[in-house]
Design a protein around this ligand. Structure first.
Ligand code: PHE
Length: 388
């Protein structure tokens, strides 16, 4: 009996010592040689391409920073967790990154609904969450109140919705539009609202609204209904898998009007699924174009191509930029303490990045420019740049 007790005592003492030695307390170890940043990304599932591209952008920026001597003299490393493109898994992923990996800050997820599913965990643990790509307004402002620990480094959906409504009216001369909404996505629902508001303001009429769900395969019955509405354009705020299928099936049904959309169109998979022909007469708003001759953009495009052997899309550029914003905040905070990082992120000002200049507004949203891209024979063609 006595023997057993002392054995337990010894084991407890040994494990306590272990905790002390490895520095596994509840806060990030201040004296470690590494700065650990969490990456909560869609690495598998419905929008896995988005997650991988964004992560590649982040990794490139960290690699460059480390090659240039690190951040506060330490190596900055990304610890990733796969959210499988699902909100519930995104909640699990952030919980793991914070409680097990003890990261000081979490980057990601990409898709707005997945980002929204992580914010309470960030807030409860007082760990900043920064999405490079999530454009839905509710990410940073909840019922009129700014979420203290939530940030983004991209523009917001009311900007994209407005840009595409104006594009439809002014460039396409559209007087009528149908909106085809992904009802499983906060991103899609928010964009439908802002597009409609601006299109009506511009004098246009929304002649119909139809809905689908992510993972749907057959859109033909709804598209047949839409065809009869005979609108000048169809606005489709959605992600690449569904965009590809909708474009293909719409053209098969003889719907030849311009199909317009937003950043969710930005993936080579759209071309693979829809085919080159179906995508002609398709336009979407985006965060940047790799064809932009701006030297900063061309330098990034070259570095990314050298690293990964492919052209960076907007997600890659946004991931890179968010990483620059994180590095900038750590340097200004001169610390990896999450509360200090939060303050530094809030004070981000005139930070020159690939996709523009980041100055945080009072709602934790940067004001940035956007672009409109046209699909021509399977290639993205940079059409115009739009300032906020
Ligand atoms: N803006 C999208 C969202 O909020 C994510 C995205 C960004 C997709 C950039 C493609 C390109 O869900």
């Amino acid at each position: 009996m006595l023997k057993k007790k002392s054995l337990i005592g010894l084991l407890t003492a040994v494990s306590l010592l272990g905790v002390m030695l490895t520095g596994c307390g509840s806060t990030p170890a201040a004296d470690s040689k590494e700065i650990k940043i969490g990456g909560n990304f869609e690495l598998t599932g419905g929008v896995a391409n988005y997650g991988k591209q964004t992560m590649n952008g982040v990794q490139l920026a960290f690699k460059e920073a480390n090659a240039a001597g690190g951040v506060l003299g330490k190596k900055i490393v990304l610890v990733t967790a796969d959210n499988k493109s699902e909100p519930s898994e995104a909640t699990n992923a952030i919980t793991k990154l914070i409680t097990q990996d003890k990261v000081s800050l979490v980057m990601g997820p990409v898709a707005s609904s997945n980002v929204l599913a992580t914010l309470q965990v960030g807030q409860d643990n007082k760990i900043p969450v920064i999405t490079a790509t999530g454009t839905n307004t509710k990410i940073t402002v909840d019922n009129g109140k700014v979420r203290p620990y939530a940030f983004r480094s991209c523009f917001i959906d009311p900007f994209q919705g407005t840009v595409m409504a104006n594009f439809a009216t002014k460039t396409l001369k559209a007087k009528t539009a149908v909106i085809f909404i992904d009802n499983s996505s906060d991103y899609s629902k928010g964009l439908a609202e802002s597009f409609e508001a601006q299109f009506v303001k511009d004098g246009g009429t929304i002649v119909g609204k139809e809905a689908f769900l992510q993972k749907d395969q057959d859109f033909k019955s709804t598209l047949t209904k839409i065809k009869v509405m005979n609108a000048d354009t169809i606005f489709i705020p959605a992600y690449y898998e569904e965009v590809g299928k909708i474009a293909k099936q719409a053209r098969e049904l003889g719907i030849n009007v311009p199909l317009i959309g937003t950043d969710g169109f930005d993936d080579p998979k759209v071309v693979e699924i829809a085919g080159v022909e179906a995508l002609n007469n398709t336009f979407f708003s985006n965060h940047y174009s790799a064809q932009d001759t701006d030297p900063r953009i061309q330098k990034f495009v070259a570095a990314f191509k050298a690293e990964y052997g492919q052209e960076p899309n907007a997600l890659a550029a946004l991931g890179y930029d968010a990483a620059l914003m994180v590095i900038d905040s750590i340097k200004r905070a001169n610390s990896t303490d999450p509360a200090k990082l939060r303050d530094a992120l809030e004070q981000t000002k005139d930070l020159q990045v690939v996709t523009g200049v980041i100055t945080m507004d009072a709602n934790h949203n940067p004001i940035k420019s956007g672009v409109v891209i046209e699909m021509k024979d399977g290639k993205q063609v940079f059409k115009e740049k739009i300032n906020p």
